[in-house]
Design a protein around this ligand. Structure first.
Ligand code: GLU
Length: 511
């Protein structure tokens, strides 16, 4: 009962706590997004905390990458190493004094002990276990015959400490206790402490491990809800007990299911991305060791609002099967109880669909600004007026902004070749004569699509030709292939002079 009252009075505070061990992947982005959406939905705070106590796994540039990725997604923290805040510092490597203080506290309880076993000794025991077909765990049975403050005499322990023999601090898992755990998404479940091991809380260099630093910071930073990936579910029992050991009230927990491979089985991996041709990271990431670049959604041409909309719906369904929602709309509607227990299958097609929907919903002027920023294309020779016309024609059928240019290249450059199959289909002995006559007439036309359409129609009729006999070779001359928007629209944008030149060129080239 006490718990409930406290919760109702305290502010909702949620944290995203990545370790800078590499680029954020899709799952990480989704965790951050749900953290953010829940916090905003509850009028609470969203905190970014960098969990960098594991120096062995630290990757240069990963922290900057995480911050830049969140920024690109529009998931802006209220507190972070960059934004500061009341509970600074927000990097665990800068919070050592705080952990030292609580280490002293937990060592005074019956929940922690000191262990002197060297890695070599533990390896030896592990091998012995293996030889007997067993798996070694440092737990509430084996600890009774290992080298620690539970088995050694007090004086001996002190002597080893004085001699600066390295030691770790371990959690003393209670014997045979049933822990009743609760998760907002998964409900209630229990676990027997005999199935859990004595995790290291503080390493021999004095640095806390994830478990210890994490609960200390969640307590210190007044975190009310821990929303994280399901890989942390097995640690929940230990975390409950750590709160108990410290005498602290614990936050509420929600563990998010995996994002699954496109086929539906198994966790989505970078390899799946390579195999099926989609990124699993929000931004390009250059591995500082190998120099290899992993592709990002941003560089692939995704719009950030489409990207986060897609990510949000991997595991959460808004009311009325709505699919297109802005970040604010999502925050208004977000409900942890509606987050799916089952894993969410990733779909490249769906991701592309989101992008095309967002692209369509943008004004031509907005798209123009985006198009001008696409790397590797030169639009200097085209007026904004022409570009806007091309955009309005091509936007509907494009998935990415760059498609407008790539699929509409013929608006900017005359064809340099004519598709062979298309030539076979569209061209015969009469075609040259037909096109020559048509282009002469064209010079007198008013270049408005409806008028052009009528004129072509009249022309075909006057020659007793089917429309295809005129339209197909005309398209081929202008585009080089039999694709693109309506021919009258293409003619309008190209203008008289360019259109006539292209027709003449085709007649000249195609035999
Ligand atoms: N640092 C942990 C990670 O990288 C955080 C887990 C948690 O949110 O408790 O996933």
């Amino acid at each position: 009962m006490h718990l409930k009252i406290y919760r109702e009075m305290s502010k909702v505070r949620v944290r995203f706590a990545p370790s800078p061990t590499g680029p954020l992947h899709l799952g990480g982005v989704r965790t951050a997004l749900y953290d953010y959406l829940f916090a905003k939905n509850q009028g609470g705070d969203f905190v970014l905390r960098i969990e960098d106590t594991d120096t062995a796994r630290y990757v240069e540039g990963a922290e900057d990458y995480i911050m830049e990725a969140l920024e690109w997604c529009g998931i802006i923290p209220d507190e972070s190493p960059k934004h500061g805040g009341k509970f600074a510092p927000y990097r665990q490597s800068e919070r050592r004094e705080i952990y030292d203080k609580y280490l002293e506290q937990i060592l005074k309880t019956d929940y922690a002990y000191i262990a002197f076993d060297t890695p070599e000794e533990l390896d030896e025991i592990r091998k012995e276990f293996e030889q007997n077909g067993e798996v070694f765990a440092y737990d509430n049975i084996t600890r009774n015959r290992l080298k620690n403050s539970l088995t050694l005499a007090k004086e001996e322990v002190q002597k080893l400490i004085d001699e600066k023999v390295p030691y770790v601090v371990r959690f003393k898992m209670p014997v045979d206790r049933i822990l009743n755990l609760e998760d907002i998404i998964r409900g209630k479940f229990s676990v027997n402490t005999n199935t859990l091991d004595d995790k290291v809380l503080v390493k021999n260099d004095g640095m806390p491990t994830y478990h210890f630093a994490n609960i200390i910071d969640d307590h210190e930073m007044e975190i009310s809800h821990v929303i994280r990936g399901e890989e942390w579910l097995p640690s929940l029992g230990l975390h409950y007990l750590l709160y108990e050991a410290m005498g602290w009230e614990r936050p509420e927990f929600a563990h998010l299911s995996l994002i699954l491979k496109p086929e539906g089985k198994g966790k989505l991996s970078k390899r799946d991305g390579d195999k099926f041709g989609f990124p699993v990271f929000p931004l390009n990431f250059k591995d500082p060791e190998t120099g290899n670049i992993s592709k990002g959604y941003r560089e692939e041409g995704y719009l950030p609002d489409a990207f986060i909309n897609m990510v949000a719906l991997l595991g959460w369904s808004p009311a009325d099967d709505k699919e297109i929602l802005t970040l604010d709309e999502m925050a208004k509607e977000f409900d942890l109880h509606k987050v799916h227990k089952a894993g969410a299958r990733f779909s490249k097609e769906k991701a592309e669909w989101f992008n095309s929907e967002y692209l369509k919903s943008k004004s031509d002027e907005e798209v123009l600004a985006l198009l001008k920023n696409v790397e590797g294309i030169n639009l200097e020779n085209s007026s904004d007026e022409k570009l806007l016309k091309v955009i309005s024609l091509m936007k509907e059928r494009a998935t990415f902004v760059k498609d407008i240019y790539n699929d509409g290249k013929f608006f900017f450059e005359a064809p340099t070749y004519y598709d062979e199959k298309a030539v076979k289909k569209a061209w015969n002995e009469e075609t040259a004569t037909i096109l020559n006559e048509l282009s002469t007439q064209l010079e007198t036309w008013d270049m408005k699509p409806e008028i052009i359409k009528q004129k072509i129609h009249d022309f075909a009729e006057s020659k007793s030709l089917g429309m295809g006999k005129v339209m197909m070779p005309l398209r081929l001359s202008l585009v080089g292939e039999l694709k693109g928007p309506d021919v009258p629209d293409i003619l309008e944008i190209l203008g008289k002079e360019e259109s006539v030149a292209r027709i003449k060129n085709a007649v000249h080239q195609i035999k």
